[in-house]
Design a protein around this ligand. Structure first.
Ligand SMILES: [Zn+2]
Length: 322
């Protein structure tokens, strides 16, 4: 028996079953009266199924997800899709254009949820994105990179105690799953207050496409879509298993100087192992950096010049029992 699927309606647009439509959702005007709008792509399947949201560049300069979403949509065939995929490859459009994490009012969009249609620019944009996109979704994958001056090993951040999100994180199978409690005002906190399960994928550094990060993101998303029975074929994914870190710690510079790392992303380190040093400008070592426990490298600073207290190396402690 053939299931009947209705056209998908979003922001005045109608997307027929088995088709894809790209359009713009007006968001706010610049002082010049130029309208800033969110690019949206809806892929509406021929068959019924869940709604999956894919969004990137909530932090405008974290752009790996833009390329990940492009490659996912390129491989998705709406005729063979069950359910609907709503893609917003750039949420913070202003930040993307100005290569900035923030909005022009200096606010962080990912600290502005759930938002309000009577609040600041960031709050209004959060409100628009939440009400028009997020609240329609059963599951959301939000793509990020490290912040400025750092890079991250490919990882899913989720609250390991939120069972549906943790289960989906294991299906995604990035090299790492890192336990992280929700941050106040974040999209993840907003989703956690609803039935929506949400994954945050973090990989690479700002303002760069990193092909390995993108490839892992595409493979992970297809694994998730296959588990949700949205696709039957899996064009990318091989089986994978994540290292699960229940705790992480940033090692900070004990003094100012030139930071030299002896390790790189994903490396395993031993307890008390020397993993880097801080030298003076003539190359004389001033202090060694030791790992506080046995673990795996989650993130690292990309700036050699450091001040005392700067975050240098992010190490995760594995929980092999999870
Ligand atoms: Zn981010």
């Amino acid at each position: 028996m053939k299931h009947l699927v209705s056209p998908y309606l979003l922001a005045g647009h109608s997307i027929a079953p088995g088709s894809q439509k790209n359009f713009e959702l007006p968001a706010f005007r610049l002082p010049t009266q130029t309208m800033i709008s969110l690019p949206i792509s809806v892929i509406h399947g021929q068959k019924p199924g869940p709604t999956l949201g894919l969004c990137a560049a909530i932090h405008g300069n974290e752009i790996n997800g833009i390329e990940s979403i492009r490659r996912i949509t390129e491989k998705l065939d709406p005729k063979n899709l069950s359910g609907t995929v709503i893609c917003v490859p750039v949420v913070n459009v202003y930040g993307f254009m100005s290569d900035s994490r923030y909005l022009p009012d200096g606010r962080d969009l990912n600290r502005s949820f759930p938002g309000s249609n009577r609040g600041s620019m960031a709050s209004r944009l959060a409100f628009l994105f939440r009400t028009e996109v997020i609240e329609r979704c059963d599951h959301v994958i939000d793509f990020h990179t490290a912040s400025s001056g750092k890079k991250n090993h490919p990882q899913i951040r989720c609250d390991l105690t939120h069972q549906s999100s943790f289960n989906l994180a294991k299906v995604f199978a990035a090299p790492l799953i890192v336990h992280s409690k929700t941050i106040s005002g974040s999209l993840r906190e907003c989703a956690a207050s609803t039935d929506c399960s949400m994954l945050v994928y973090e990989s690479g550094e700002p303002s760069r496409f990193n092909q390995r990060s993108v490839q892992i993101a595409v493979e992970g998303c297809f694994r998730v879509m296959r588990r949700l029975k949205m696709v039957t074929k899996d064009p990318e994914a091989k089986k994978g298993k994540s290292v699960i870190c229940e705790e992480t710690r940033w090692i900070r510079a004990s003094r100012s100087g030139i930071f030299l790392s002896h390790v790189d992303l994903g490396d395993r380190v031993k307890n008390h192992q020397i993993i880097g040093s801080i030298n003076n400008i003539f190359g004389k070592p001033l202090s060694n950096i030791r790992s506080p426990y046995a673990g795996v490298l989650v993130g690292i600073s990309t700036h050699p010049s450091v001040h005392q207290g700067d975050a240098l190396i992010h190490i995760g402690k594995q929980n092999p029992s999870l």
